[in-house]
Write a protein of this length. Structure first.
Length: 265
């Protein structure tokens, strides 16, 4: 529901980073040829195609050849993790995920911005058939819909999240590329009412077979089997779990300056 250069959101963040770190180069990723397309694509463009397009943008930018730090907000956090896993050149040095839903969502309570009519339609569509091919191919939120009551359906039919989370087998390249990060920073909003469950922002999720009790990353099979290398990264001090009071993407400029900017310097 956002776009690359909205002056009150991503555009504001870009200006903030440029002001606080003089001389830094910031590329704000645009998916599509204009801001309207960019916003619409956040709902309706196959995430795998979005990731592929971003990989091409990064590879074509000579200023990123020496490596870059990536920062993604909400679903952008998990999409950039896919970039880290699939596109090692140029090298992503650190990944900062601000409210990214790394184990997906099971619930879609509300949308960002003024997209409530789209939200209502998406909710109905997800309820009817999140794992049908047509919905998976054309609805972004379905591609990270993780139903703990239908784990087999999710593993078999999720065309994006189940793939990057190694649910159908181990892609050693994904693991190797993610483990090359120097830091993987995950920010969770402690009063989040948009992401269900909020612990997905720290890579936790519901215990399989129900949708009430959650478990942290360290108690998931993904971590115990180390399918993505997260256990090894955790032991090496590469995983950073940050909590910030407030609802989804609600944070102060002071918090951002003191907590996030040091990871970009």
């Amino acid at each position: 529901g956002d776009s690359c250069c909205n002056p009150v959101s991503m555009g504001y963040i870009q200006k903030l980073v440029e002001k606080k770190i003089p001389g830094i180069y910031v590329l704000s990723l645009k998916i599509g040829s204009n801001l309207i397309q960019d916003m619409e694509n956040s709902f309706f463009m196959n995430v795998n195609d979005q990731v592929s397009q971003v990989c091409s943008q990064l590879a074509a930018d000579p200023r990123l050849r020496g490596g870059y730090n990536a920062m993604g907000f909400s679903q952008g956090g998990q999409f950039l993790r896919a970039v880290a896993q699939r596109c090692p050149s140029p090298a992503m040095l650190s990944l900062i995920s601000v409210g990214g839903q790394h184990q997906g969502v099971y619930g879609f309570p509300r949308c960002p911005g003024e997209s409530s009519h789209i939200c209502d339609w998406i909710r109905k569509t997800l309820d009817l058939g999140a794992y049908t091919r047509a919905v998976q191919e054309h609805l972004v939120q379905a591609e990270y819909w993780h139903d703990p009551l239908k784990e087999e359906d999710y593993r078999k039919n999720s065309i994006f999240l189940a793939d990057i989370n190694q649910e159908r087998g181990i892609n050693e390249t994904y693991k190797k590329n993610l483990m090359a990060l120097k830091k993987f920073v995950m920010v969770k909003f402690l009063n989040d009412t948009m992401v269900e469950p909020p612990i997905s922002e720290w890579f936790g999720f519901y215990k399989s077979g129900q949708a009430k009790e959650t478990v942290p990353l360290q108690e998931t099979s993904l971590y115990k089997e180390d399918r993505l290398g997260l256990q090894e990264m955790d032991k090496a001090g590469k995983l950073v779990f940050l909590g910030v009071p407030g609802d989804h993407l609600h944070f102060s400029e002071e918090w951002f300056d003191s907590t996030i900017l040091p990871f970009l310097q």
